[in-house]
Design a protein around this ligand. Structure first.
Ligand SMILES: Nc1ncnc2c1ncn2[C@@H]1O[C@H](COP(=O)(O)OP(=O)(O)OP(=O)(O)O)[C@@H](O)[C@H]1O
Length: 311
């Protein structure tokens, strides 16, 4: 993260997204969520499947219209952008998807997949310029120029994700939402892709929203972490604070589920059960700053108890 006073790049203000609002099958996928993402940081968003992480990413990118609340990008309200302004915003905010197999058009050559954003935004002056830009992008993500004329199926999962990263970078964005970018990959190559993403983030002063359910990888790449459950943000803090000194019982439960590579420690590992009553008893809860920069969704009494129990 850059030195000095951090500047907010993305701000979510009391965001709500309810699917099938008012119907019997209503889902509160985003339920009054507020947080900021600072310029140059990696913000990790974790939580089990169905907690609302993807919906947050898609709502920021304006793929869903929020039910209520505001989204600011570089201080400007982008909640209801349309037309040309929306296209400009989408150039600055790109997405890397979970499954590179599904997100790359199998009938297109790698060159054309990567150049899609270049073409839409008319960023190349000529065909030669377009080809050169594609080659630079391939080089940037550790692929070579011969790959430009091949098709996605000719690549391994890790290489395909590199193509996805090159495609996102092609329009020179400021902000990238990476939605579970490594969970479809072999464990042996997950670290390579995360390392590449980290290196690119630093080299190009990018800001990431890194979505995952695996807290261990998120801890490694993130500056700060937000923990989600049932559409609510339960805890937010530095990666170190959330990982090593968690406050919310849900975060503790999530952490206790991470396998430890040491067989002795793994044998002794105890799973912490989560009592959901701290979300369902109808009490009013707010985000309370328990330690500087470390917030938890709690009543004042719970916040005091969580603080006392902190390791
Ligand atoms: N298009 C939709 N219509 C109705 N409900 C939806 C839709 N998309 C998501 N949901 C519901 O919204 C909730 C949040 O889903 P979301 O995909 O955001 O969670 P997630 O944390 O990203 O999960 P995963 O890790 O499985 O992707 C879930 O209950 C899901 O079933």
């Amino acid at each position: 993260m850059t030195e000095g006073t951090p500047k907010k790049l993305v701000e979510l203000k009391d965001l709500q997204l309810y699917f099938n609002k008012g119907k019997s099958n209503e889902v509160r996928a985003i339920d009054h969520v507020s947080f900021d993402i600072y310029e140059g940081e990696v913000f990790g968003l974790v939580g089990e499947s169905g907690s609302g992480k993807t919906t947050i990413g898609r709502t920021i990118l304006k793929l869903y219209e929020p039910t209520a609340g505001d989204i600011l990008f570089e201080g400007k309200d982008v909640t209801h952008l349309k037309g040309k302004r929306l296209s400009e915003f989408r150039k600055n905010a790109q997405m890397i998807f979970q499954d590179p197999q599904a997100s790359l058009n199998g009938r297109m050559k790698v060159r054309d997949i990567i150049a899609e954003g270049i073409d839409i935004n008319k960023l190349a002056e000529s065909k030669a310029d377009r080809n050169q830009k594609v080659q630079q992008l391939l080089d940037l993500v550790g692929l070579n120029k011969d790959h430009a004329t091949r098709y996605p199926h000719e690549f391994s999962g890790g290489q395909r994700q590199r193509i996805g990263i090159a495609r996102a970078l092609a329009v020179d964005p400021k902000f990238i939402i990476a939605d579970e970018p490594i969970s479809a990959l072999d464990v042996s190559i997950q670290a390579q892709v995360v390392n590449l993403m980290k290196e690119l983030q630093q080299r190009h002063s990018l800001t990431y929203l890194f979505i995952a359910h695996d807290l261990s990888m998120v801890k490694y790449i993130s500056d700060r972490i937000g923990v989600m459950h049932w559409g609510k943000l339960l805890e937010i803090g530095s990666a170190d604070a959330v990982y090593n000194h968690p406050l919310h019982p849900y975060t503790k439960s999530l952490l206790s589920a991470i396998p430890v590579p040491d067989p002795e420690v793994e044998k002794a590992r105890q799973h912490v059960d989560y009592d959901t009553s701290v979300e369902t008893d109808g009490k009013k809860r707010d985000m309370i700053e328990v330690n500087p920069g470390h917030f938890v969704l709690a009543t004042p009494e719970e916040a005091a108890t969580y603080k006392a129990a902190q390791r």
